[in-house]
Design a binder for this molecule. Structure first.
Ligand code: FCB
Length: 435
């Protein structure tokens, strides 16, 4: 790598990230059905209709996977807890095996000197709750609060940090407006409600964890830089709308107690009654914010109802996902988040990395990480309080609607034998992070 641990302040955290449904193997250990299982079973939604039944079999191999993290010299591990593994019905009686699993996982991290950084929800909504309307139903805030208390009542005493919800934009917009992720809806009213309820659930979970006496609680949002596809006013407006929906709505709710006007112009008629009264919960104080960043989009106008914009193919080199590589976007978001929303609050890069078809000699991933880390350093030099950097992902895993084909891992996984093989990027990071 072009950087090493000693280039960063003492205590700067290096970590890798994963999520439960993407690696654990959801058919093991008494987990309940999730909306990803039914989404994946519906023809046309997921490449080869693949699902998370076995995934990386992390459920049985977590000790070895944590050994890999520790051997690379990582300080922290960002993992997530599956709601449906803990509460197979979404509510009611916990699955003892599920709680035991996260308990053992936590202790296994601590035994290896890894700081446990939990995300409570990384997208596998229990199917019985999806049947009740899922994120469209306001009651989800309370259901999620109850889940938070059950899981954190068991492992919360040993967490280094916790964030309630991974990437509210994906939970709400990608899944209810664009239809690309479970539950696969394309409905503006559903999207508006999910946008608001995901924030209400976030704030409720923060309050419940404060009630348990927990600290170092944060929020993890994803960001895509939006550039106009051409010089026209229409393209500039389209990019600003995209930016408002994607990058400003959730931070706006949490830090300004307000949604951007540009978003309200389309969504307000569809928001649930009384939404204006929820901001005290939504803006429950957090201790840090995590940014997930991968790419930028070129945005142009289209004809049709709001938001009347579309992505346009861009000219920059692309990853295996077809995502343009644009490290400046990370710098832009770190500086903008600090100056417009979070001030002195610690920031973390909670996800950054790339999919590459290269199974072992992934020099492209090394170059991608070098370029992005350099931009993070630039932001830090200008005073942004960045305190850590987590790479997505430790392992090749279930990349949602794209199945097992898109490989984000520092460690290669053979999905037949399940054998793990560290890639060149893993070895390079190991050298860079050694103390
Ligand atoms: C993020 C998700 C993560 C993974 C990466 C590539 O949006 O949080 O689960 O899919 O993208």
């Amino acid at each position: 790598m072009d950087f090493k641990r000693s280039d960063f302040p003492e205590g700067f955290l290096w970590g890798a990230a994963t999520s439960s449904y993407q690696i654990e193997g959801h058919r093991f250990g008494g987990a309940g059905l999730t909306h990803w299982d039914s989404f994946a079973a519906t023809p046309g939604n997921v490449v080869r209709a693949e699902n998370g039944d076995r995934a990386c079999d992390h459920y049985h191999r977590f000790e070895d996977d944590l050994d890999l993290l520790a051997a690379a010299g990582f300080d922290a591990y960002r993992f997530s807890t599956s709601w449906a593994r803990v509460l197979p019905e979404g509510r009611g009686t916990p699955n003892a095996e599920g709680l035991d699993f996260y308990d053992r996982l936590t202790d296994a991290m601590l035994e290896r000197g890894l700081k446990p950084c939990a995300t409570l929800y990384h997208w596998e909504l229990p199917q019985p709750l999806a049947d009740l309307g899922g994120w469209r139903n306001r009651d989800i805030a309370g259901w999620f609060g109850d889940f938070t208390e059950v899981i954190m009542g068991r492992i919360g005493d040993r967490m280094h940090s916790v964030a309630p919800i991974n990437e509210p934009w994906c939970v709400a917009w990608l899944s209810h407006f664009m239809g690309h992720h479970a539950p696969g809806m394309r409905d503006i009213r559903a999207a508006a409600r999910a946008m608001h309820h995901v924030l209400l659930a976030h704030g409720t979970a923060i309050q419940r964890m404060r009630g348990l006496g927990m600290s170092n609680l944060g929020a993890v949002c994803n960001f895509e830089w939006a550039d106009p596809a051409d010089d026209s006013d229409a393209a500039r407006e389209a990019a600003l709308d995209y930016d408002a929906i994607y990058n400003r709505f959730f931070l706006g709710g949490m830090f300004h107690k307000a949604y951007p006007e540009r978003v309200l112009s389309g969504l307000e008629p569809h928001l649930p009654e009384g939404w204006q009264d929820d901001f005290d919960t939504i803006a429950a104080p957090v201790d840090w914010v995590g940014l997930n960043y991968y790419t930028r989009k070129l945005i142009g106008p289209t004809v049709g109802p709001w938001p009347a914009h579309e992505e346009v193919d861009g000219p920059l080199p692309k990853t295996q996902m077809g995502w343009e590589i644009y490290p400046d976007g990370l710098y832009n978001f770190l500086t903008r988040t600090a100056s417009e929303y979070t001030g002195d609050l610690p920031l973390y890069v909670t996800e950054n990395g790339m999919a590459s078809a290269e199974p072992h000699e992934d020099q492209d991933r090394i170059a991608y990480l070098n370029a992005h880390v350099a931009k993070a350093q630039q932001a830090m030099a200008e005073g942004v309080p960045l305190k850590g950097y987590f790479i997505w992902s430790l392992l090749d895993n279930y990349e949602w609607a794209l199945g097992y084909e898109k490989r984000f891992g520092l460690v290669h996984v053979d999905f037949e034998s399940l054998q793990r093989t560290p890639k060149a990027s893993y070895e390079a990071l190991k050298l860079a992070l050694s103390k």
